[in-house]
Design a protein around this ligand. Structure first.
Ligand SMILES: Nc1ncnc2c1ncn2[C@@H]1O[C@H](COP(=O)(O)OP(=O)(O)OP(=O)(O)O)[C@@H](O)[C@H]1O
Ligand SMILES: C[C@@](O)(CCOP(=O)(O)OP(=O)(O)O)CC(=O)O
Length: 416
């Protein structure tokens, strides 16, 4: 090792993902092994992503982490499992430019600093844990020169949070549940990359929620213990749906894709209701959004939009193409206009070009929107949606080589 204090850093950016065939239920709580396969679409990191810088230095005396600028404890089992698994795969590192040489055996003694930032709200039902653990594992693997490919790394990220394993790839991703008791075959694989079906547009309605939600971890534990519907779903329903979903994605068959996505989201929430005590993740606004999409799809004769809801009230709406997304946004803004003190610019974020396509430039345009003809006596309710995010399927993790994007100081290894 070099004699004078040195810091080696790596910065990575990782997307979040939304499941279209849901993971719900574990067969092993510690290793995080699921009761069924799941499939997700990765969301464009331009709008929703985690950036993580990891640093190693002989001068660090303990592992430390800062999340969104605040120091957090790394003592939790999930962080410890990820750190241990990555350290076990560390290899020799040589940085000639900085004169740093770290031998494989040294990694056991060296400590790391981690700084992470989510460009979207943390723990708000937007899968920050998925992007967060994927980014942590990916960045540490690069720092420690681990030779594992992204599928192998996904099996480590899985031990941070199950859904995190699917954030190691872009496009559409399948988490294979695996059979092995030690979980080595429970990992993610890419089905197709983000270019395969690039006409899809995704609009997320971040729904105001007053009630405290049951965490996914607790919720799925209760479902495994009490829901008979979950047993039936995992054994009979999901295996068939996985095959059909893979085919729909491969052939870009939006009709089948939408039917499967909506049905699977609804069944997941039915399992939550079938759990004792029952879990309510969706609220009235979520139900109104479903009804709005169902009515429109029905009136068109063929689905224009698919909806899916995770463990919270937020709606993720996947539109067939830009035209459908434009019409969808008009309908959504009619039904859920911003409250009087919110400006349009902060109400529709992400890819704002869809707003432009919809001919909406200011609040006057929102007020002038016609009611969706397929909804009888369409009501307008202000303030039920916090904001909308317009996005699309996106790429997997990347390394950021520009040091100015690092979250840790290159000399001290402390947050900038
Ligand atoms: N960038 C990050 N790096 C590492 N861990 C993170 C990061 N962001 C979030 N986490 C972890 O995930 C936890 C939040 O996960 P939680 O499941 O409560 O919310 P969520 O993933 O945002 O929402 P949901 O799972 O309902 O979609 C945080 O407390 C932290 O432990
Ligand atoms: C409803 C879901 O979003 C559940 C995600 O659960 P988590 O991955 O957050 O749970 P843990 O593995 O306990 O961390 C469906 C999905 O993403 O497949």
């Amino acid at each position: 090792m070099a004699e004078k204090p040195w810091v080696r850093m790596v910065t990575a950016q990782t997307p979040t993902n939304i499941a279209v065939i849901k993971y719900w239920g574990k067969r092993d709580e510690t290793l995080i092994l699921p009761v069924n396969d799941s499939i997700s679409v990765t969301l464009d990191p331009a709008h929703l992503c985690t950036t993580t810088t990891v640093a190693v230095s002989s001068s660090f005396d303990q592992d430390r982490m800062w999340l969104n600028g605040k120091e957090i404890s790394l003592s939790g089992g999930r962080f410890q499992n990820c750190l241990r698994e990555i350290r076990a795969r560390a290899c020799d590192v040589e940085d000639e430019e900085k004169g740093i040489k770290i031998a494989k055996k040294d990694w056991e003694k060296l400590h790391v600093h981690i700084a992470s930032f989510n460009n979207f709200p943390t723990a708000a039902g937007l899968a920050s844990s998925a992007a967060g653990f994927a980014c942590l594992v990916f960045a540490l693997a690069k720092l420690m020169n681990a030779k594992e490919d992204n599928s192998e790394l996904s099996a480590i990220a899985r031990q941070g949070s199950g859904s995190a394993c699917r954030s190691l790839f872009g496009g559409f991703v399948k988490w294979i549940m695996g059979k092995a008791e030690d979980g080595r075959d429970s990992l993610a694989v890419q089905l197709v990359d983000e270019k395969h079906w690039d006409e899809l547009v995704i609009i997320i309605a971040v729904v105001c929620s007053r009630q405290k939600e049951t965490s996914s971890t607790t919720g799925m534990r209760d479902s495994v213990e009490t829901s008979l519907l979950l047993k039936h779903r995992a054994k009979e329903v999901v295996p068939k749906r996985i095959t059909e979903m893979e085919e729909a994605i491969k052939t870009r068959d939006f009709e089948s894709f939408a039917q499967l996505t909506c049905a699977d989201s609804n069944q997941f929430h039915a399992v939550c209701l079938d759990t004792c005590p029952p879990i309510f993740y969706m609220n009235d606004t979520s139900h109104r959004i479903i009804s709005c999409v169902e009515k429109w799809n029905r009136s068109e004769g063929t689905p224009q939009v698919a909806y899916t809801f995770d463990a919270g009230p937020n709606a993720v709406l996947i539109a067939h193409n830009r035209k459908a997304a434009t019409q969808l946004l008009q309908k959504l803004l009619f039904c859920f206009p911003p409250s009087s003190d919110t400006d349009l610019n902060s109400y529709v974020i992400g890819d704002k070009s869809i707003l432009k396509d919809a001919g909406i430039e200011d609040m006057k345009d929102v007020e002038a929107l016609p009611p969706p003809p397929e909804i009888k006596d369409a009501q307008r309710s202000k303030g039920d949606v916090s904001y909308f995010i317009c996005t699309k399927p996106g790429r997997g993790p990347v390394l950021l080589s520009d040091e100015s994007q690092a979250l840790l100081h290159p000399e001290t290894g402390l947050p900038k």
